[in-house]
Write a protein that binds this ligand. Structure first.
Ligand SMILES: *Cc1c(COP(=O)(O)O)cnc(C)c1O
Length: 456
């Protein structure tokens, strides 16, 4: 078979700025050794997130010119609603400025102190929004999902037996909703199988618990089902996404991921009375129900982007590109979460830097080394992001210390990916010289965004 190429040509380019290692050392020190606090201009290859960083297509830019900025009932809203319903199939669609706004509205209505919300793995904003209501966010991913080297094809699956046991032990009344994150971002961008969606849905329906998808990367998850799960090879990614949604009662979505847009999201569901309460809250903080904090042109970009993200040629190229990065570094001994996820490669920093204990943040140490070596910005997903504290306020290690290299959609070319491979392998060679960090300042929640560090 021929090389899988980028299924697009480039019509507009954006310059990136070269920097020297000496310059980067100065920038990182000034940023309190936290790559979140760097100026984007000082980053050469930005793999901090795939969120809102997609390159839009000519079709999307063209649609934006047709944005209808009417306050209520605009044409753009109608196109947005039709596109979302076409794929997701839910009755009521509520646009929001991004995914976490959908989460906040949903959870502040249905969650109370003492409630428990199960998920395969909660994303950080999802967890924070649930915990903010006083409820508990519980991860029930299958045990293979916590074993970085295990090549299980659907490591994002929920452990259905544990879900049943939870319902039995705690009682249905304590569980207002069950979530399923597709793909499982915090668990390594790993997919959930259709069989698992069906099984989780069956348990939820038996007990009358609504099942919501955290659908941010549903197109990528659909591609994994198509290529890995028996019986789906001949289905289109869109048909697969539609079937996944048919087992759920609603979803939260960040259009900044598989919406191929730079901003936006939505909350969707089939329950009329819940939707009425959601709309009331929406008006309080986001805006009128037909724009929800977005411009008409944003709604247009999302309407087109959601459909483009499900195109086969696009998904084939995207998955091949991510896999290429993963395979070329793991072949040389860099421990990565196997198999490669959809939107990112996760390096197992704890395994790569065994001389740095989790309480000295091997993930932060590796992130900083990648920036200093090659101007690449990744993100720690580990003890800083998820770490809990003991009664004395000391850090407890997270289950894993990973560094996520998220690949923006349609942004970088094959030679950029080759450069990433080179830089990672150079850091791998010099890994014994990398040191740990301690925190000098932190916020009470979502501390990873703003904490400052110093090398130990
Ligand atoms: C990004 C993301 C969110 C939150 O969406 P925002 O648009 O960043 O607010 C929620 N869940 C998952 C799985 C995500 O990846």
């Amino acid at each position: 078979m021929n090389t899988i190429i980028e299924p697009f040509r480039i019509k507009a380019v954006e310059r990136i700025r070269m920097t020297t290692p000496e310059e980067r050392l100065g920038f990182l020190k000034d940023a309190g050794w936290n790559v979140f606090k760097l100026r984007a201009d000082d980053v050469l290859i930005d793999l901090l997130t795939d969120s809102g960083t997609s390159a839009m297509s000519d079709q999307q830019w063209g649609a934006m010119m047709q944005g209808d900025e009417s306050y209520a009932g605009s044409r753009s809203w109608q196109r947005f609603e039709a596109s979302v319903q076409d794929i997701f199939g839910f009755k009521y669609i509520i646009p929001t400025h991004q995914g976490r706004a959908a989460e906040r509205i949903l959870f502040s209505i249905i969650c109370k102190p003492g409630h428990i919300v199960p998920n395969n793995s909660h994303f950080d904003t999802t967890r924070a929004n649930i915990e903010f209501t006083g409820a508990q966010a519980l991860d029930l991913v299958i045990k293979e999902g916590l074993e970085p080297q295990n090549p299980h094809p659907f490591k994002g699956n929920m452990d259905v037996a544990r879900l049943e046991k939870l319902i039995e032990d705690e009682g249905r009344e304590k569980i207002p909703i069950c979530m399923l994150t597709v793909t499982n971002n915090s668990g390594g961008g790993q997919p959930v199988s259709m069989a698992n969606v069906r099984a989780v849905s069956a348990v939820c329906r038996k007990h009358g618990i609504p099942l919501f998808l955290d659908a941010c990367r549903i197109a990528e998850n659909a591609w994994f089902i198509k290529s890995r799960e028996e019986g789906f090879a001949d289905k289109t990614p869109k048909e697969i996404a539609q079937e996944m949604c048919s087992y759920a009662d609603g979803c939260t979505m960040s259009a900044k991921k598989d919406g191929l847009a730079n901003i936006g999201g939505f909350l969707a569901g089939n329950d009329e009375s819940l939707t009425r309460q959601e709309r009331d809250l929406l008006i309080l903080t986001e805006g009128f129900p037909t724009y929800g904090g977005l411009a008409g042109r944003d709604l247009e970009a999302i309407a087109v982007g959601l459909q483009e993200a499900l195109e086969e040629d696009y998904l084939r190229y995207r998955m091949a590109s991510t896999q290429y990065l993963g395979e070329h570094i793991s072949k040389k001994g860099v421990p990565i979460m196997q198999p490669p996820g959809g939107h990112a490669i996760y390096i197992d920093a704890r395994a790569m830097l065994p001389h740095i204990p989790p309480t000295q943040y091997p993930g932060i140490a590796l992130c900083n080394a990648l920036y200093l070596k090659g101007g690449i910005r990744g993100v720690e997903i580990g003890t800083v992001m998820f770490g809990k504290k003991d009664a004395d306020g000391n850090d407890l290690p997270a289950p894993m210390d990973l560094v996520r290299l998220a690949i923006p959609r349609r942004v970088y070319t094959q030679s950029h990916v080759d450069y990433m491979v080179e830089v990672i392998l150079e850091v791998m060679e010099e890994r014994d010289d990398i040191r740990g960090y301690r925190i000098t300042e932190e916020a009470p929640f979502l501390r990873h965004f703003t904490a400052t560090f110093e090398p130990t």
